[in-house]
Design a protein around this ligand. Structure first.
Ligand code: S3P
Length: 431
């Protein structure tokens, strides 16, 4: 799908982005292995979460959609899944593949996990290695580092593991395996990554202790828990940046999860001088939630690196758009993980924003962006990467002239209503 987008004269209104993708995956997976029945509301309707639901159904889990969009009832299996009759397809979703691999490591049957071309090129050694140390038998292409993964699960023993990367997917895979392993699993994290698994496991009766950056997990069963999934801060980020960079804008973004392990984007934008207000802060299902209001702002450049990076890793493409409108040079470093996302997001972001006239350079572990205060619409491409498609759409909303995005349908991986929401907000900015 090719989408043409123009800057609207004014950019004002209210948006409710879809449910958080990370929380949705976990609400499905943890309730699938729990004992009891759970109702989940606000589930992300994106293709990634649909991939997790499809794989769980293929493993014998009963998941019944409710009448309202984003609702489902999950009938817990008490950890007893069925051997799937065919290959499990995680589509484009790294979270589905890595978390399900952790789950399947302890199941006494054979399963094969695959995904699309992008997912089959992403590193799986990072989960194969610790899960194998726990006693799982996992094989994959390229010396067991690439999917498809063949998993012969069985009884596991716990590990003490020093994680080489700050990855919530790796952490969660090991935690899911550790729930059924013999003994206490200890994880040493290099820095904090999103902690939705820890929060949900604890709320469902599991035993997870945090000691600084260390996690101590005891095996045990979980009790089903109803979850109201908050709105996705990673989706909200597109509206926030569009709101800040457009000269006549005030956007309210409703019901957004602002878990500190995810909210690095807000900290950085505030440091850049952004006018963002958090309204009606509250707590829902163990996650902090608020409405966000973003208004036209004069931004200053910042330096982003170190521990902050895992807390905003998915927002870097859209932050790069914000940096084009900031005064000075923004430097993003320590973000080499971006090279192994749905696309090499350092390269694709730099190349595509360059087409729009950005003054941006690729570095080994990030990028440098010299704010020029403007972009000029032209033809660009998503590289089948949902976050890049939406970051380019934001660029289109604030660029002069017309921006044409090839592969715009990629947005539906995490945000199927994205183009519809732009249309609702700015009738006339799309054609
Ligand atoms: C996710 C963790 C992050 C993030 C991804 C979702 C999760 O990946 O980029 O979009 O739900 O656990 P890593 O944990 O591999 O950094």
């Amino acid at each position: 799908m090719r989408q043409t987008i123009r800057k609207p004269r004014v950019h004002k209104g209210s948006i409710a982005p879809p449910g958080d993708k990370s929380v949705s995956h976990r609400a499905l997976i943890l309730n699938a292995i729990a004992g009891g029945t759970a109702k989940v509301t606000g589930l992300s309707g994106g293709e990634d979460v649909a991939s997790t639901a499809r794989c769980l159904r293929d493993l014998g889990v009963r998941i019944e959609p409710g009448d309202a969009e984003g609702t489902a009832t999950i009938f817990g299996s008490q950890g007893l899944l069925n051997e799937p009759g065919d290959i499990l397809d995680a589509g484009n979703s790294g979270t589905s593949m890595r978390l399900l691999a952790g789950l399947l490591a302890s199941q006494p049957f054979l399963s094969v996990l695959t995904g699309d071309r992008s997912l089959r090129s992403r590193p799986m050694g990072r989960i194969v290695h610790p899960l194998s140390q726990m006693g799982a038998h996992i094989q994959g292409r390229n010396n067991n580092t690439l999917a498809p993964l063949i998993i012969r699960g069985g009884s596991l023993k716990s590990i003490e593991y020093t994680m080489p990367v700050a990855s919530a997917q790796v952490k969660s895979a090991i935690m899911l395996a550790g729930l059924s392993a013999e003994g206490t699993t200890v994880l040493h994290q290099p820095s904090r990554s999103r902690d939705h698994t820890e929060r949900m496991v604890m709320a469902m009766g599991g035993s997870v202790q945090e000691d600084g950056l260390d996690l101590i997990l005891k095996p045990g069963s979980l009790s089903s828990m109803d979850v109201n999934v908050p709105g996705d801060i990673s989706s909200a980020a597109f509206w926030v940046v569009a709101g800040l960079c457009h000269p006549d804008s005030r956007i309210t973004i409703k019901d957004i999860g602002i878990n500190p392990s995810r909210a690095g984007i807000l900290e950085v934008l505030e440091a850049m001088g952004a006018r963002i207000t958090l309204e009606s802060p509250r707590s829902e299902g163990g996650e902090p939630v608020a409405d966000l209001v973003a208004e036209s702002s004069d931004l200053d450049a910042v330096e982003i690196g170190g521990d902050l990076v895992p807390r905003l890793i998915d927002e870097v493409p859209v932050l790069a758009v914000a940096a084009c409108f900031a005064k000075g040079t923004t430097v993003i470093r320590d973000a080499q993980e971006l090279r192994v996302k749905e696309s090499d997001r350092i390269r694709t972001t730099v190349n595509e924003l360059s087409r729009l006239g950005a003054s941006i350079e690729e570095t080994e572990d990030g990028m440098r962006i010299h704010g020029t205060g403007s972009l000029v619409g032209t033809r660009c491409a998503s590289h089948d990467d949902h976050r890049l498609a939406m970051a380019l759409a934001v660029a289109g909303l604030v660029s002069d002239g017309e921006t044409v995005i090839d592969g715009a349908q990629a947005a539906s991986i995490s945000y199927p209503q994205f183009w519809q929401h732009i249309r609702e907000l700015d009738e006339g900015s799309l054609s």
